[in-house]
Design a protein around this ligand. Structure first.
Ligand SMILES: Cc1cc2nc3c(=O)[nH]c(=O)nc-3n(C[C@H](O)[C@H](O)[C@H](O)COP(=O)(O)O)c2cc1C
Length: 207
């Protein structure tokens, strides 16, 4: 199997426009599309084929409000790491879309899944989290191919998230996803555009 030049260029266009989204329209997302996102996650690679991601679709207002409160507390704590102008800048940033995003997913990772019988993760246990991250990226790319935006939220206390959703003891909170139609699209990261962090040189060395 090999992509044509046109297909490859479409793939790179998708990567470029994948940008994290925090400003959503309230319009609903069709169920069939959400189902496609689920399929996209299930196509991800995982250590030992363990598929450790555990996804909760958060629909109730009660749970969404609770997540927003957990975000508020974590964000307040995070802000205390900054001072002066940088603090003011941090406080001006929009770092979640929990109020509006029509689809919201709480993603957990099973820490000792039976599936895969431990293959591949004995030396680097974080490979379970890496596997979840890959499934999230699959979702992200397929969502963007539909024009949907995905916003990742990690400013949340993992213990509070586990308690809120009363998850099994071996599920560890990984990420919260806000998904919906973006208010606008951009090929630049928002943190780049608002002056927090320019894209840096990444490292790729020959040894
Ligand atoms: C693991 C992970 C966690 C993230 N958590 C947050 C978050 O809590 N709030 C937020 O606004 N953005 C979050 N982001 C989005 C990043 O800020 C964003 O990816 C980065 O600024 C680069 O922008 P881009 O995704 O648009 O290229 C997260 C991204 C990743 C990969």
């Amino acid at each position: 199997m090999q992509f044509t030049d046109a297909e490859r260029s479409a793939l790179f266009r998708l990567l470029e426009w994948r940008r994290d989204v925090r400003h959503f329209l309230p319009d609903p997302v069709p169920d069939a599309l959400v189902e496609d996102l689920r399929c996209a996650m299930d196509l991800a690679p995982s250590v030992g084929n363990s598929r450790p991601w555990r996804v909760l679709s958060v629909e109730s207002a009660k749970h969404r409000q609770a997540v927003r409160a957990i975000f508020g507390e974590a964000n307040h704590r995070a802000a205390s790491a900054y001072q002066g102008a940088q603090l003011a800048h941090y406080q001006s940033l929009k770092l979640e879309g929990i109020e509006i995003a029509p689809v919201q997913l709480a993603i957990f990772t099973a820490q000792d899944p039976q599936e895969g019988a431990g293959l591949g993760r004995r030396s680097v246990p974080q490979t379970l989290e890496h596997s979840t991250a890959m499934a999230v990226q699959n979702l992200n790319l397929v969502a963007r191919s539909y024009g949907l935006g995905v916003g990742m939220v990690s400013i949340l206390d993992p213990e509070a998230m586990a308690q809120l959703f009363a998850v099994p003891a071996d599920w560890r909170f990984s990420l919260y996803l806000c998904i919906g139609w973006p208010q606008h699209n951009d090929s630049q990261p928002l943190l780049h555009r608002n002056g927090w962090q320019q894209n840096c040189q990444t490292s790729w060395e020959v040894v």
